[in-house]
Each structure stands twice: as C-alpha cells, then as structure tokens.
Design a protein around this ligand. Structure first.
Ligand SMILES: Nc1ncnc2c1ncn2[C@@H]1O[C@H](COP(=O)(O)OP(=O)(O)OP(=O)(O)O)[C@@H](O)[C@H]1O
Length: 298
C-alpha cells in the first residue's frame, strides 16, 4: 500500500455514460484541483478514436494519476492504457452500472468519490488479457455478452434498459458449446454463459464470482450451465445474495491461465464493451499489474 499526493492529473470524462449530465462536474473537478494545488487537464471522450488520442496524451503528459469519469467502459479504456505503468487509475463512478468501482469500494456518491482526488491510497490489482485484450473487471461469453451487445447497439442507456433487454433475450436464448482448459481443470459442454472474472459483481450488483479477490494472482472462470426455466428465479436470487457458487447449475474454475474454445463463435464482451469474438481465446493473468486509487483506509 502506498499513499501518494498527485499534482498533475488527467480526467477522462465520458459525457454520455449513465445518461448523466456532467457539465457542473467539470467545474467541481477544476475547483477541487485548484483548492489542493493540483494541475488538471480534461479529456472528453467522443466514442471515436479515444484510445489512440489518450495513449498519446498519457505518453506525453507525465500525469501522476488518470481518472476515468464515467462507467465501466470508460474505466476499461483508461485502465487498459495504464496497465504495467506506474500511473494509477482513479474512478469517479458515473456510468449505468459502475461494477469495478463497487468491487473496489469506491464511493458511488459523486461528491464523496471526488474526495479521492486529494485523499486516497494506491494499491496494485491484477488484470487479465483475453487474446491480448486487457480485462480488469468481468468479461463474458454467452447470454450476458449478448445482452451487453444489444444494450450497446441501442440508444437508451441506464439499468432499466439493460434489464428490459435481458428479459427479452432470455426467452429465446440457447446455451452454446465450450471447451475450457485451465492450468488446473478442463470443462467441456454447453453453458448458458461463461464469465472470465477478475472481480466479483456486475454493475447491477449481481455477483457472479462471490469469492474472487482482485490481487491474488488468480482469476475465475464462472460457468452457468443449462438450467430448466423453473430454476431461473433461484439462480437470480443466488446472484443477488452472493451465493451463486452454491447453485447446482454453476461451476467455478480458479486458475492462472486458460484456453477457451468457442466453436459456436458465441459473442463476447470485455468489461462491458462488445469485442470481436474468436474460436479460441487465450486468457492470461497479469499479477498486480495495475495501480488503483482507493479511499484511504481500504
Ligand atoms: N461522446 C460520446 N458519444 C457517444 N458514445 C460515447 C462517447 N464517449 C464515449 N462513448 C461510448 O461510451 C461507452 C462507454 O460508456 P460507459 O461504459 O463508460 O458508461 P455506461 O455504459 O453508461 O456505464 P456502465 O458500463 O458502468 O454500465 C463506449 O462504448 C464509448 O464508445
């Protein structure tokens, strides 16, 4: 653990995240920074070419912290660029779900989260890669990935929209076939969904990996196997009560490395952002590879 004062901060603000107006927040950030003698710069995402532009800025800016101001997609964009570097990732949660920030116990109240700018600790967490693409939080193949894809294709954001899409897709979803080889186990068969979990819970608070630890050098592959419709309420209940690992329809493979064979070319997302799927996905652990800014006392 490490307490650091930051004097030159980049804020990466996603104006559409969570469908939340953020104009006043820009002034609040500037004010807090001024009060604490911090130099700050703001980058507003456009959804086009942000990664390349930020890569250049972070490379040239000598920032000693970069904050993602938005949801999990914004966190993933910024975090992905900071993996392996000495610059920590801060999060001001303003998305629809804010899953990683919840798993890190970052305040969901914006005013409280803004206090992190001047009072915090810095800790290292693990990250993983799927075919070289970084994942800090939770990535899926299967049902949830399809819902995320439909959500991203739609023009309404927010948790209500996500739930509505999930209900519609659930009625027609057919489990897909996977083969998964890890350094400890092998699974072959059909699954409703396969989650590659560095963390615990999605932004909806549904916990797919209740015992996951963000800095233990291991990740979990959490499978929900095909289940009868009558079991769906029980599965949902367990997801929302941190007990999905006790369901007879789930299986958790704890590992440091895995290969997922996806012959049906089922859709995939990484940290909430749909990505191109593949028939073979190599998953690799990168132990304590990302510095994150947390409330003092975490
Ligand atoms: N100015 C913009 N206009 C349109 N889309 C944008 C803009 N800036 C970023 N995006 C898109 O926003 C998405 C990321 O949003 P983000 O995940 O931060 O919020 P969210 O989806 O509302 O919340 P969460 O992921 O926590 O549920 C990315 O797909 C990105 O391309």
């Amino acid at each position: 653990m490490d307490v650091q004062k930051h004097s030159n901060i980049l804020f990466v603000l996603n104006p559409i995240a969570g469908d939340i107006e953020k104009e006043d927040l820009k002034e609040d950030i500037a004010l807090i920074c001024r009060e604490h003698g911090i130099t700050c710069e703001l980058y507003t995402t456009t959804g086009q070419d942000d990664e390349a532009q930020l890569k250049e800025m972070i490379g040239a800016g000598a920032y000693d912290a970069v904050y993602a101001v938005g949801g999990d997609g914004t966190v993933s964009l910024v975090g992905g660029l900071l993996i392996g570097s000495s610059t920590p990732l801060g999060i001001i949660p303003l998305g629809s779900g804010n899953g990683l920030s919840k798993d890190l116990d970052i305040p969901q109240d914006t005013e409280e989260a803004l206090q992190l700018i001047h009072t915090h600790v810095v800790r290292n967490i693990d990250t993983i890669t799927l075919n070289g693409m970084p994942s800090i939080h939770l990535s899926d193949l299967g049902f949830n990935a399809l819902v995320v894809k439909r959500f991203c294709e739609g023009d309404t954001r927010g948790p209500g929209s996500y739930t509505w899409i999930a209900l519609q897709e659930y009625l027609s979803y057919e489990p897909k076939t996977y083969r998964i080889e890890t350094d400890a186990d092998t699974f072959e068969g059909k699954a409703f969904m396969v989650t590659v979990a560095n963390a615990n819970a999605w932004g909806s608070n549904a916990s797919i990996n209740p015992d996951g630890i963000l800095n233990d050098g291991k990740f979990e592959i959490c499978l929900i196997e095909p289940f009868p419709r009558a079991a769906s309420v029980g599965i949902l209940y367990k997801l929302y009560t941190d007990s999905i690992d006790t369901s007879v329809y789930t299986r958790i493979l704890k590992c440091r490395r895995a290969t997922i064979y996806n012959p049906d070319l089922e859709v995939m997302h990484i940290d909430g952002e749909p990505v191109e799927t593949a028939e073979k996905i190599e998953v690799v652990m990168h132990t304590k590879s990302l510095k994150v800014i947390l409330p003092a006392g975490e």
